[in-house]
Design a protein around this ligand. Structure first.
Ligand code: SF4
Length: 328
């Protein structure tokens, strides 16, 4: 995950919940990928450090467990960068250029920047290889991805096959996708929840902040007055959120809404209460951790060391195969 700052409840439901299952089942590695952040945000670095800390706090509070998983910061594992360099030597240029997610990123930059040409850097062009190195450094078998990221894994498998073929040994496994369901969580304006759209509820928000945001949520646009019957199927944000946070009272909400027994403001106030109850333990844990930055740093240091040891072994094997000496 890139260090983009505090995570929202869409990240929690879409990603972190799946990570719980992963860490209970597999030897898992979770990385805050700060080099990837630099591929597009290299001019805007003042907040990277604090964002790494915020992401780590959110992960830990949300239940990513450093005792059974390895949590690390990408740039603290320089072996990944060296592997990236070595893999870039065997990766044909046209493989990188045809990578669909890279094409999308270039398009996005072109739409948002006047001097987009200069924004497409050598580092950005190489990011599929960096992502491959993130995976192969740990000889990962499985990578949790959404369907839209399948091409990353295909790219990594192509590099694996080429590497194994050139050096005549099955050194890397072909990493497989473990597709995870990522429910679409709507932001308060009815669009996809996103940090940059200013429509999100953060894991770290207080009860009052959550209430204020939920009160702004778009409801049934055809319902003008409290005495008008509402339509849950036209209710853009609260009703879908009730499907996650208020499953026990769905029938009650529907009856009250469609019978005009409750106004949208009261209905949203109740929903905010349910969201706050759901995230209470996570928020309390986060608050406790936030008071002790040393503890978070220690956890990251520990994970970084573990990650370096594993990635170092992989790198040593790659160097051996590529004819490089093990200079110390
Ligand atoms: S009463 Fe509740 S469910 Fe019905 S439209 Fe208003 S916010 Fe939505």
């Amino acid at each position: 995950m890139r260090p983009t700052g505090r995570l929202h409840i869409g990240h929690y439901l879409g990603v972190l919940v799946n990570w719980h299952k992963f860490q209970d089942t597999y030897d898992s590695y979770f990385s805050i990928v700060d080099w990837h952040a630099l591929t597009t945000k290299y001019q805007n670095v003042s907040e990277i450090r604090s964002h790494i800390h915020e992401v780590a706090l959110d992960w830990l509070a949300a239940g990513v467990n450093p005792e059974i998983s390895t949590i690390y910061v990408q740039s603290a594992v320089p072996e990944i960068a060296e592997l990236h360099l070595l893999l870039s030597m065997i990766t044909p240029q046209n493989w990188v250029e045809r990578e669909p997610t890279l094409k999308d990123m270039v398009k996005m930059l072109a739409a948002s920047e006047d001097d987009a040409k200069d924004k497409v850097t050598y580092g950005l062009l190489g990011y599929p290889v960096l992502m491959t190195s993130d995976i192969l450094a740990f000889k990962a078998n499985l990578v949790p991805v959404g369907k839209d990221q399948e091409s990353h894994l295909e790219f990594a498998r192509d590099v694996v096959r080429r590497f194994n073929h050139i050096y005549g040994v099955e050194f890397f496994h072909e990493p497989q996708p473990e597709f995870t369901a990522t429910p679409l969580v709507k932001g308060m304006d009815g669009q996809k929840m996103g940090k940059s759209f200013n429509n999100d509820i953060k894991l770290a928000d207080t009860d009052a902040e959550t209430l204020k945001k939920v009160k702004q949520a778009i409801t049934d646009r055809t319902r003008i007055a409290k005495s008008d019957p509402g339509h849950v199927d036209l209710c853009e944000v609260p009703w879908p959120l009730y499907q996650t946070f208020g499953t026990q009272i769905l029938d009650k909400v529907k009856t009250e809404c469609e019978g005009a027994q409750i106004g949208c403001v009261d209905c949203k106030t109740r929903l905010a209460g349910l969201i706050n109850d759901y995230f209470k333990p996570i928020r309390e844990k986060r608050e406790g951790l936030a008071k002790d930055p040393d503890q978070v740093n220690k956890i990251l240091d520990y994970g970084n060391k573990k990650a370096r040891a594993v990635a170092g072994e992989t790198l040593a094997g790659v160097k051996e195969l590529m004819g490089l000496s093990r200079w110390v």
